[in-house]
Ligand binder design. Structure first.
Ligand code: V47
Length: 365
């Protein structure tokens, strides 16, 4: 391996990793520029095993997208609808409770709730959403609302962000997902998601969330028009905020799925690209404990390989994911059964660890 790392120009980065020295912007570029994914994966695996050993975390979870109505018009999104669109919907509190009850005896521990930015929803709706989940499943963690949604909720709450977050927490909000970050580049923001909260806005909300004692995740949407320089900057920017607040639990690279979007001419990401993003995130984000491979986006096969390329989390059993349809399932119903997930993790020589949304260990399997 040593000679291979030398041949790929990665020996200095290897030394830094062995010595526990933080990687910098140029190291990030070097990792993106080499084609030697095996070496990048080898390095990422050193960090993965240092932080988590063989553990691979998963959660039994359910996704609920409470509305698809959105006024942001992001070019990478196939999920949103305008209010007069025949596909437009808003789930009532009753709909949400019915959907959770449908999963009856499944011991779900996390409900992931995100949606479009629908300005017609009043403040009380968001509070009731959380309370409604807890009423049906008191033991579940509610992981809800991206930084973009929180900015909208504050608009309708008409109160300072800190007070609004205290209300959401009192209603039962446990943590926030990492979506809406996309790529922190003014150029990409202008081209793909101009109407949405700008990059600094995302950081301001995340900082307030962490200050309120609510932990969250962070993401990066890759595989569209972004450059490698923009990706390295994105990762280092997130690393800086983690240094400041320590509030992030997990980082999730999100593979862009072009189907049914305004960018459908762009080819989908490859297995090579997906593993590379996971490995580089693992190497640059030295202050994150967890890197998640979302099997629903990159396929179970690639997510399984990712457990040797830096990922120590494979998300969950996931019922009903609607944001993308990576597995080509037109019913939009995608699910991996608990036993399948355990078998995939074990086959890769890793130890399955069931967690809740806050990474408390529920069982070692
Ligand atoms: O913010 C939108 C992305 C995000 C597309 O925190 C797309 O545990 C791919 O953030 N192709 C929502 N991605 C999903 C998300 C997430 C997913 C799983 C786990 C967690 C977590 C968070 O999905 C959006 C956006 O960045 N997205 N459109 C698309 N066509």
């Amino acid at each position: 391996m040593e000679s291979r790392l030398v041949a790929s120009g990665l020996e200095k980065i290897h030394q830094k990793i062995v010595d526990g020295v933080r990687l910098d912007f140029d190291d990030g570029l070097a990792l993106y520029r080499t084609r030697d994914l095996t070496s990048v994966g080898f390095l990422a695996n050193l960090v993965r095993e240092r932080k988590s050993g063989d553990r691979t975390y998963f959660v039994r979870n359910l996704h609920i997208n409470y509305t698809n109505i959105c006024n942001k018009g992001c070019k990478f999104c196939s999920f949103y609808a305008l209010p007069n669109d025949s596909r437009a919907y808003v789930l009532s509190i009753q709909d949400i409770q019915d959907r959770i009850r449908k999963h009856g005896d499944v011991p779900i521990r996390e409900i992931h709730m995100v949606a479009g930015i629908n300005p017609r929803l009043p403040y009380q709706y968001y509070l009731e959403l959380i309370r409604a989940v807890k009423e049906v499943k008191p033991n579940v963690h509610v992981k809800a609302f991206t930084m973009i949604e929180l900015a909208q909720i504050q608009r309708v709450a008409k109160k300072p962000m800190g007070e609004m977050l205290a209300d959401l927490k009192a209603a039962g909000l446990d943590c926030c997902p990492g979506g809406g970050a996309e790529v922190f580049s003014d150029r990409v923001h202008e081209e793909l998601f101009r109407a949405k909260l700008d990059n600094e806005g995302w950081f301001d909300v995340a900082r307030e969330v962490h200050r309120a004692g609510i932990r969250s995740n962070a993401t990066m949407l890759y595989g569209h028009i972004e450059t490698v320089e923009e990706k390295v900057k994105h990762l280092l920017h997130i690393r800086d905020l983690q240094d400041e607040t320590g509030g992030f639990m997990c980082f999730i690279p999100l593979a862009f799925d072009p189907a049914n979007t305004e960018l459908s001419h762009i080819p989908g990401t490859t297995g090579y690209a997906n593993l590379r993003e996971i490995a580089i995130a693992r190497l640059l984000l030295d202050n994150f404990l967890h890197i998640k491979a979302v099997w629903i986006m990159i396929t179970p096969a690639v997510a399984q390989l990712a457990l040797w390329y830096g990922a120590d989390d494979i998300d969950g059993t996931v019922s009903h994911y609607e944001i993308t349809h990576a597995l080509g399932d037109t019913s939009h119903h995608q699910e991996l059964h608990h036993e399948q997930l355990l078998a995939m993790i074990r086959e890769a020589g890793r130890q399955p660890v069931e967690r809740d949304a806050l990474y408390n260990v529920l069982s070692l399997n």
